[in-house]
Design a binder for this molecule. Structure first.
Ligand code: MN
Ligand code: MN
Length: 296
């Protein structure tokens, strides 16, 4: 049995902060904007709200499905027609919200079918959340909504259960049926995150996405590296988050202590849209924790 988080109001507050951070990122994604500036604005907003980023702002574009954050020296600009995923995480004392949406830069409406497919998959998935339901029913609803638009769900990216300080706790929420025998329990927190593509619906590993985490405590006496470990612990961080040239250098030299994340690319080069909410399994239905508060 997974009980409700004892600090449920904190999870709700983290959800509201993450929702506002997501919308900020979507608003800032205009032609000529730099992804680095958008990521930094999102992360600064989360910190201004008294929370912390649960992971670096992910701003994957076009056939990049996930796990890209801008590097420290990124100067690239968004162009009209780019399909940008804004995937943000905020946590308050380990109470995590994880949420995403997709914007078509410049409002060109060329890729509206993809954006709507991801959102409809998310909506259909959320509509089925209740205690005791088989996760497979959610997965089936997600996949059917995406296929109804003539597109494919990405089958090797999944939603996940969330626990305190654990973004990916044990349970997967697949975007295609036939992958899991799990059921949902009242009081669980889950992220549902459909990815829709006009490609084959599989991912491949791309280059380093400028996101890493310590997989072990760095040995030795380098005070700069020890300070970085004290700051990030084992949570994912951006190479951008080095505050001084010495910290950047220490990170570059510490690869043996780091797990580094590759960008996930759509294997056939297809375009990818994503939508994601963090949802509490309530007594009768799902409570969307990362919904934008009414009045915003
Ligand atoms: Mn996410
Ligand atoms: Mn997620």
């Amino acid at each position: 049995m997974t009980p409700y988080p004892p600090d449920l109001d904190r999870w709700r507050e983290a959800g509201r902060i993450a929702a506002r951070a997501r919308e900020l990122g979507l608003r800032l994604a205009v032609p000529g904007a730099r992804r680095r500036d958008i990521a930094e604005a999102i992360e600064a907003f989360i910190r201004d709200q008294g929370a912390a980023p649960a992971f670096p702002a992910n701003l994957s574009r076009n056939h990049e499905a996930a796990h890209f954050t801008p590097p420290p020296d990124d100067t690239g600009e968004l162009a009209a027609g780019d399909l940008l995923k804004v995937d943000v995480g905020a946590h308050l004392d380990g109470a995590i919200a994880d949420t995403a949406d997709t914007v078509e830069v410049g409002g060109s409406h060329r890729h509206e079918n993809l954006v709507r497919a991801a959102r409809e998959g998310l909506r259909e998935g959320i509509a089925r959340v209740r205690p005791g339901i088989r996760v497979d029913e959610i997965s089936r609803a997600v996949a059917e909504a995406i296929r109804a638009r003539g597109l494919r769900p990405i089958q090797d990216l999944t939603g996940h259960s969330i626990e305190r300080y654990l973004l990916h706790a044990g349970k997967s929420i697949p975007n295609v049926p036939g992958m899991t025998d799990a059921t949902l329990e009242e009081g669980e927190v889950i992220a549902i995150e459909p990815f829709a593509t006009n490609g084959v619906g599989r991912i491949a590993n791309g280059p380093f996405g400028h996101i890493a985490r310590f997989r072990s405590v760095p040995s030795g006496t380098d005070p700069v590296l020890s300070g970085l470990y004290a700051r990030f612990r084992t949570l994912p961080f951006a190479m951008r988050w080095a505050r001084t040239p010495e910290e950047a250098e220490a990170l570059r030299g510490a690869r043996r202590y780091l797990q580094t994340y590759p960008v996930f690319l759509e294997r056939s080069g297809g375009l990818v849209a994503q939508a994601e909410h963090t949802v509490l399994v309530g007594p009768a239905r799902g409570e969307v924790l990362s919904a934008l508060p009414s009045g915003d």
